[in-house]
Design a protein around this ligand. Sequence first.
Ligand SMILES: Cc1cc2nc3c(=O)[nH]c(=O)nc-3n(C[C@H](O)[C@H](O)[C@H](O)COP(=O)(O)O)c2cc1C
Length: 347
Amino acid sequence: MRILTFIVMMQSLLMGVSISAQTPDFEKMVEYAIKAPSGHNTQPWKFKFTEKGIDILPNFDRSLPVVDGTHRELYVSIGAATENLCITARELGYKEEVSLLTNTKGECYIHVALVKSEQTLFCPLFAQIVKRQTNRRVYTGKLVDEDTLAYLKKIPYEKEVHVYYYKNGNASFNLLKEFVFRGNEIQMTDKNFKEELTGWIRLNKKQVAKTRDGLTYSTMGSPSIPTFIGKPIIKSFLKPKAQNKSDSKKIASSSHLVLFTTCNNTPEEWISLGRSLERFLLETTRMGIANAYMNQPCEVYSLATELQTKLSINGEVPTLLLRIGYANSMPYSPRKEVKDVIIRKPE
Ligand SMILES: Cc1cc2nc3c(=O)[nH]c(=O)nc-3n(C[C@H](O)[C@H](O)[C@H](O)COP(=O)(O)O)c2cc1C
């Protein structure tokens, strides 16, 4: 028996796996962390187990250099994954403490210190992690009522993150709608933007099974089609006029546009925004409210700076624009396997 234990220990050490009773719990935390949203479903994260907790690291191999040259959306995505990880930790009876650190290359990453607690902590949002989804349908047109909005406005957010609501039809809603259209004019005539986007579109079951990432045909409301048929269809759709027509219907059917801002536009604040975003998404999921992204005006720098002065947002930086409303659910996006996002060996 002792010999067997010794062999297992040696094998684990050679593979760089720390022998820890907490490993199954940590793996479960990662399983739920990676259900977070990410730009183009790139899943730009890696996780490393340490003696004291879990490091959440940016995976720049999965970045989007054209639409997200500063890695802002990448850090928002890993912020959302951090929030899921913390909620799952509480659900499993751990107390967590999040620190934002910088590695030797000057890159920001996250350490979540985890201590097993005797108490069971109640996490009403845990059950929503598997239910949350981006819903790109045309919504029903039903408005989110004032009581629900008042509740959403009380969600505690991270420092330096602010959230603004614009009701369908009001002046700022209409202004933002115009900016989405202007964003489409710019992005849908940008060859590099379209090439990058097309590279993440998964047209059929085979592509989805192979990559387990990207924007899949089913989440965009299309049937599974062979690549040679799909490519020209995508090309014809990625045009300003077609996008504006589709977004116009989607925005008109929504209850509100919701804008997330930060004060200083730093990686630390992007992570905080991601954590706040996920809190908002899980709360709205719990209330049966659908959401989807209309992020063009935040992604195009000239439009975002114009919005800073045209909206009453105290000069803050427009970072993420969502629409919310009511709709039937959509198929879910795929995710990589847990083993593929955990770093087993020291880097
Ligand atoms: C920072 C960020 C930016 C995003 N931008 C867009 C966007 O502009 N348009 C869009 O349709 N989806 C956008 N998404 C949604 C992702 O495409 C979506 O999260 C991903 O495909 C996974 O799907 P899921 O959210 O249903 O799990 C964004 C998500 C994040 C976190």
